[in-house]
Design a protein around this ligand. Structure first.
Ligand code: ADP
Ligand code: TRP
Length: 322
């Protein structure tokens, strides 16, 4: 029996996002970004890509970049992204991204780009920004606009970049005639901030993470290092992380039965993380590099088909097609 025809015919909104390939994921990335993505991506015409050219603004180690790209694709599949249910690709496979970025660069001013957070932060730290960091928002705008994206799910820190994409679209449309759809950001829920082992936001830059695909030993080491307060029966930070893996009712019982026994509670948390992570870790180990390449090739072909048509129109509009 076919599904309800009205569901089949419903046109899905196009939703696109990119995640920088930056190495080992932690459970904060999982609950804050990957899980929400996995839960929702089938409700949309979803595009997920690896912004590897963006990564070049800060990474100059070819081996590391290559490893990070492969690792990112394995991560997505392991956490439940089915490559046949969306368009999954990498930016550098579609030269139209950098081509459109150039055209957009020629439409915006340097002072406008100098307001960009990535650029401003670097300057504020007294560091010398490369030109890629200045034009970063126009490459991101190209990533989004090439596919007539309706919605861009991102963290709060990327809100400004989606605004830049809207402004770039508007500038192009005013100059050359209606061409690009103006995208909207969808800001990921910040209430869901996962604390690290020291109680601050879990972040690789704070060195306070529990690795998502770590071995049991690595997970044990991280959990055992969770800071516990000396007062009270319930170790606050242990509980806050535990809540991600068990219901409040289950936890109430466990924490009542183990009042003040911090070690036992941490051991219970290790077991719960392990039960949760082990199947994903196993799935990840089974993914070969060939599979990663095949997934990216197939996704790249789907993306390319759309991007090339869009760019053919853009080239005509700006006057370079004879
Ligand atoms: P990190 O802070 O470790 O460098 P990133 O900035 O690379 O993490 O974040 C990648 C994604 O994971 C973002 O969408 C971000 O919102 C999410 N994320 C990162 N850390 C957390 C956290 N502690 N809690 C919830 N979400 C998080
Ligand atoms: N700049 C984003 C980040 O650092 C990554 C990114 C690049 C992106 N292009 C994008 C996100 C397009 C959404 C849409 O997280």
């Amino acid at each position: 029996m076919a599904e309800n025809p009205s569901t089949e015919l419903r046109i899905k909104l196009r939703r696109l996002t990119g995640l920088q390939p930056s190495g080992q994921l932690h459970i904060g990335n999982y609950f804050g970004a990957l899980k929400p993505f996995v839960d929702e991506y089938k409700n949309y015409d979803s595009f997920l890509f690896i912004p590897d050219y963006h990564a070049l603004t800060s990474l100059r180690d070819p081996m590391a970049l290559r490893a990070n790209i492969v690792s990112a694709v394995k991560d997505y599949i392991a956490v439940g992204v089915d490559p046949s249910g969306l368009t999954l690709y990498k930016q550098s496979d579609i030269p139209e991204h950098t081509e459109l970025a150039w055209i957009l660069d020629c439409l915006v001013t340097v002072p406008f780009l100098m307001q960009g957070h990535a650029y401003k932060d670097k300057v504020a730290k007294g560091l010398e920004p490369n030109a890629g960091l200045l034009t970063y928002p126009m490459l991101m705008a190209a990533d989004i606009l090439l596919y007539d994206t309706a919605i861009v799910p991102v963290g709060e820190d990327q809100r400004q970049h989606v605004e830049y994409a809207r402004e770039a679209a508007a500038k192009f449309n005013t100059t050359y005639g209606q061409t690009f759809k103006e995208p909207k950001e969808s800001i990921l829920d910040t209430l869901g901030v996962v604390p690290g082992v020291d109680g601050q936001k879990m972040s690789k830059s704070y060195g306070n993470t529990i690795p998502l695909f770590g071995t049991k030993d690595e997970i044990t080491k991280a959990v055992m290092s969770i800071v516990t307060d000396s007062s009270g029966d319930k170790p606050k930070h242990v509980y806050a992380i535990h809540k991600l893996f068990k219901t409040e009712a289950e936890l109430t019982e466990l924490y009542e039965a183990n009042k003040g026994k911090y070690k036992a509670l941490k051991e219970a948390l290790i077991e719960d993380i392990e039960t949760f992570v082990a199947p994903m870790r196993e799935r990840r180990t089974s993914i070969t590099e060939d599979e990663v390449k095949r997934v990216l090739r197939e996704g790249g072909e789907k993306a390319k088909a759309i991007a090339s048509v869009k760019m053919a129109g853009v080239r005509k509009k700006v006057g370079v097609t004879l």
